[in-house]
Design a protein around this ligand. Structure first.
Ligand code: ITT
Length: 199
């Protein structure tokens, strides 16, 4: 059986490939299967959506599938955008639209505390399903800075840092991020499965 990274998000894909050190000639992503429709993310938890994405893509391809569902929870907004982070500013919105909406909602609010969360799911065709969570605490900046990464990276300042995620190289972000931490744990827990697909 092969491994599929069940995402069409190029930013995630780059970070996942770098930590797991996967052989790109055998490990494909959902981008290599344009004929398979997007999985509809209609669950109300990151875990629910991660499981749905991995199971549907494992069934559609026959591969082991590794999915990632992530969200940014902002304390002063009662956890929003959370599970709706990708489409916070509306269907088909850009990363910049989401950033602008979040900065608008937080305008004048002193409490900028926020947490990024990722749930990874590894599933196969015969219904084996495992999940792991990673979190990274920080705060929302007043203005965007940096050009690395993707999504809300230009406005997320991880605790202990004075710069945003978008000012860190991928390997630096992976050392501390929600996704990087979940992936490190995935190597510990799922190493015997994942190591078959290493470079
Ligand atoms: P897939 O479902 O194909 O994996 P997606 O972009 O729809 O891609 P999510 O449903 O998990 O993925 O959406 C999470 C959104 O949260 C994502 O589109 C980004 O806007 C944001 N996000 C997730 N991880 C992030 C990170 O590490 N840095 C910045 N923003 C992130």
């Amino acid at each position: 059986m092969n491994l599929l990274i069940a995402t069409r998000n190029r930013g995630k894909l780059k970070e996942i490939r770098e930590v797991l050190n996967l052989d790109s000639s055998i490990v494909k992503s959902s981008l290599d299967y344009p004929e398979i429709p997007d999985v509809i993310e209609d669950k109300d938890t990151l875990e629910g959506n991660a499981i749905k994405k991995a199971c549907e893509m494992a069934n559609a391809t026959g591969c082991w599938a590794l999915s990632d569902d992530s969200g940014l929870e902002v304390e002063a907004l009662n956890g929003e955008p959370g599970v709706y982070s990708a489409r916070y500013a509306g269907e088909n919105c850009s990363y910049l639209d989401n950033i602008n909406k979040l900065l608008y909602e937080l305008d004048g609010i002193e409490n900028r505390r926020a947490v990024f969360k990722t749930v990874l799911c590894l599933a196969n065709l015969v219904g084996e399903v495992r999940t792991i969570e990673g979190i990274c605490k920080g705060s929302i900046a007043l203005t965007p800075t940096g050009t690395e990464g993707f999504g809300y990276d230009p406005i997320f300042i991880p605790d202990g840092y004075k710069c945003s995620f978008a000012e860190l190289a991928t390997n630096e972000k992976n050392k501390i991020s929600h996704r990087g931490q979940a992936l490190s744990e995935a190597i510990r827990q799922w190493g015997s499965i994942l190591s078959q697909f290493n470079k």
